[in-house]
Structure formats: structure tokens, C-alpha cells
Design a protein around this ligand. Sequence first.
Ligand code: NAD
Length: 384
Amino acid sequence: MKLAVPKEIWPGEKRVAITPDTVKKFTGLGFEVVIETGAGENASIADDRYIDAGATIAKTARVATDNADVVLKVRPPMVEGKINELATYKKGAAVIGLFDPYDRAELIGKMAEAGVTSFAMELVPRISRAQSMDVLSSQSNLAGYRSVIDAAYEFGRIFPMMMTAAGTLAPTRVVIVGAGVAGLQAIATAKRMGAVVSAFDVRPAVKEQVQSLGGTFIEVEDDEAETAETAGGYAREMSDDYKKKQADKLKDVLAKTDIVITTALIPGRPAPEIVTADMVAGMKDGSIIIDLAAERGGNVAGVKLGETTITANGVKIIGPANIVSSVPTDATAMYARNLLNFVTLMVDGEKKELAFNREDQIIADTMLTHDGKIVHPKFGGEAM
Ligand code: NAD
């Protein structure tokens, strides 16, 4: 079995899908591992370290992926202008990565045409057995951490209260909107740095988690909150009535807040707009807003992906693109581990060959295309 890792070519992408540690494990599973030269350089992994771990280095992506049974990616294969990453993959190869499936119907069609068996890691189900493959959690955790570091860097004040002979500095007030994996890590990070932290989420189950990290939970009194969580543990879209109550509450809170970090997502839908222009207009001069949902449309009115906007009242709104690429070494280490655990699931240890068990929920939920067809029912395929 051959496993290939090409260098990522998406602008700004610094992660790579394999580490020396996972090379060793893949070799142990019976894979011959071939990596394109320079694939790890943005994550501080030189070719030599891959060689020492047992991999072979190829001069080009084409040579690396030629005849590979498994191709590991971070970003979707690029098919644009003269570039066609899919063209170099063999029919039947398992191609695994973050494929952003809800926004890429065209790519899914092209992967079916290319005859590859593609797996979108975002679709790994949130079940206990799949926790070690949960890329959304591993990457959101780092995004939550980094968003606080970025906010602190942009903010003109310090986080903790300081009582000195030269006077007393009040602690920074941080509000986290959306206390899922990223939000909870942001709460913990801001707390560690000495800020006063509160958080808001539509799922009431989150209240205890926020409090256990030392944050205050911002409550919106409404019966609808009881049904806000789906069976899969995600939020659903709320009614206009609920949104109005939430907005009134948040407006008051944000007027006294220095830093806002928003992380609210709804799977398969654009991110809900939660922080309105009116709320931003009520915030203090010098406040910082970091919108981690910017890649899915944003939670904050006026946010621009990959840009910093300064409003008339002096609030900085930042819409990070691919924030985890700011911590590429750790993001790579975690992502590569998630992939190793996922691929392990599809290797027949005795025969040393790939076997896709489509009865397995993890395989069924993540497989987009197979045998020239789209197979995922959510993306135009027929259920098995
Ligand atoms: P996510 O990235 O989909 O959303 C981030 C947060 O935004 C969520 O907490 C969500 O409730 C919240 N949100 C959505 N709409 C909102 C709104 N209008 N206002 C305020 N908040 C809003 O979520 P996630 O971080 O991926 O986590 C989703 C759930 O899955 C959590 O309960 C998490 O603990 C759970 N989870 C379970 C496992 C597992 O293996 N069992 C693994 C990871 C996460």
C-alpha cells in the first residue's frame, strides 16, 4: 500500500497532513509513505525528519501521488485553471482531507468523475469512538486559543487587574459568543490571562461548562432554549423572537465589554449574525472583535474575511482566515494524528490492504464519492 502526501498549495495554508510521528505509525501499518519535498516546511518539519522516520521524499506532487492508494490532504484538491491535483490521483485512491463539503458541490462532482474515494474529515460523527479523529474539535480548540492571543495583541490594554503605586488598572472584560469547542478554549485562555470572562450560547447545556472554567453564563430567558440542541449535539437555527431577546441582552452586555470573540456555527448553514451593527456602535472606542465564524459568513455585521475593519466609533472587527495556520506546528500535529486514527480504521491489519467498511458509521458519514459516483445522501448521493 502506498500513502502519499503532496505539499499544500492553497494560499496561506501552512499545515501539512503528516508528521514524522505518524509516518512511523503508517509504516507500521504496512504503508510505503511518499511525501512531496518541502511539504512540511511551513509547519517546521524538514524533509530529513520525514526520511529519518521512514518516508521517501518525491520531487513533485505528481511523483508522490503516482499510483498511491491513499492521498492525505489538508485542503481540497485544487482544480483551477492549469492546476488539477485530482488528475494525478489513481482511480480508486482514497483521498482524505478537509473538503468543506457544504460549499463545494462542484468539487464533489469532480472527485466522483475522477473515480477517487473521497472522505471529508469535517463529517466525522461526534460519537465517542470517533473522538480521536475529530478534526473539527482539534482545530477549533487551537483556533479558540489563538483568537485570544490575537485579541490581546491588538488590544491597547492588558488583561489582568493590576494594583500598583502608579494606579490601578481594571481587568479586561471578554465576552465569548458560542461556547462550543473553540469558545470553551477561548474562555479558558482569557481566564488564564486574567480577564473577566462571560459567555453566551443557545444551548443551555453549556452553562455548567462555562461556569466550570470560571466564566459567567449570559442567560436569555426563553423556553426555546430547551430545544436549541439537536440530537447530534449541535445548535439549530433559532426563531426571530428568540433572536430579538438575545439581541437586547447582548447589546447591554457588549456596551461594557472590551473584547468579543464569536464562534457560533450551524452545520451546513451560513453562520448566524449575532452581533449587529447597532451593538457594535454601542461598544467602547478601542474594543476588539474577533469573528471566528468569518469563513462561514460571520457572526458580526460588517466583518470581512481576512481583513481588519475599524468602525466609526473605533472598534476593530477582525475576520481571520484560517487562524489555525498561525499555529501550524501544533495544528499539523493534531490534524495528522486525527488522520492516522481515521486511516487505521480502513486498513485490514492482517492482509495489509485497504478495506472500506461502509456499514461503519464513521466511514458512511464521511465518504463523499466512491466508484465514480457521489455516495453521500446529504450531497446528492443515494443512501446505501
Ligand atoms: P460549532 O462549531 O458547530 O458551534 C460553536 C458554538 O456556537 C456551539 O456551541 C453552538 O451551540 C453555538 N451557537 C450556534 N448558534 C448560536 C447562536 N445563535 N447564538 C449563540 N451560540 C450559538 O460547535 P462545536 O464547537 O463543534 O461543538 C458542538 C457540540 O458538539 C458541543 O456540544 C460539543 O461539546 C460537542 N462535541 C462532542 C464531541 C464528542 O465526541 N462527543 C466532540 C466534540 C464536540
